[in-house]
Write a protein that binds this ligand. Structure first.
Ligand SMILES: [Zn+2]
Length: 120
């Protein structure tokens, strides 16, 4: 499997982070507990220079930074678009910007893998 880069990688982390224990990743709590450096949190000035190590992993999704700061608002918007489309449908794909279609394809791929895993 080729490593995912950039936009797709962030999107994959966003998808998988939905299933994480969100309560364990509150940046304010991290700071209070002195975890921001270890978790390489981008919000709290913890961002470390390379080489980086994974701080959060789920299946093949890997973040070398606190997933809360790593995932972009754009990734969250695409994830929301994807979820809404799953629930109630949406505009035809042809009507969407190419970047959005790419993002929805990445998410669909992750979703299918997730469903397939669940049936094992
Ligand atoms: Zn954080």
């Amino acid at each position: 499997m080729r490593p995912e880069r950039g936009r797709a990688k962030k999107l994959i982390v966003a998808f998988h982070f939905q299933f994480a224990n969100q309560a364990g990743w509150k940046c304010d709590d991290c700071r209070r507990n002195g975890l921001e450096k270890r978790r390489n949190c981008g919000w709290l000035g913890g961002r470390a220079p390379a080489p980086r190590r994974p701080v959060w992993i789920r299946k093949h999704a890997v973040a070398e930074e606190c997933p809360v700061s790593y995932v972009t608002p754009q990734s969250m918007a695409w994830l929301e678009e994807f979820t809404v489309r799953k629930l109630v449908g949406g505009r035809r794909l042809e009507a969407l910007p190419a970047k959005t279609v790419d993002a929805l394809c990445v998410l669909e791929n992750e979703y299918r893998r997730e469903v397939a895993d669940g049936e094992e």
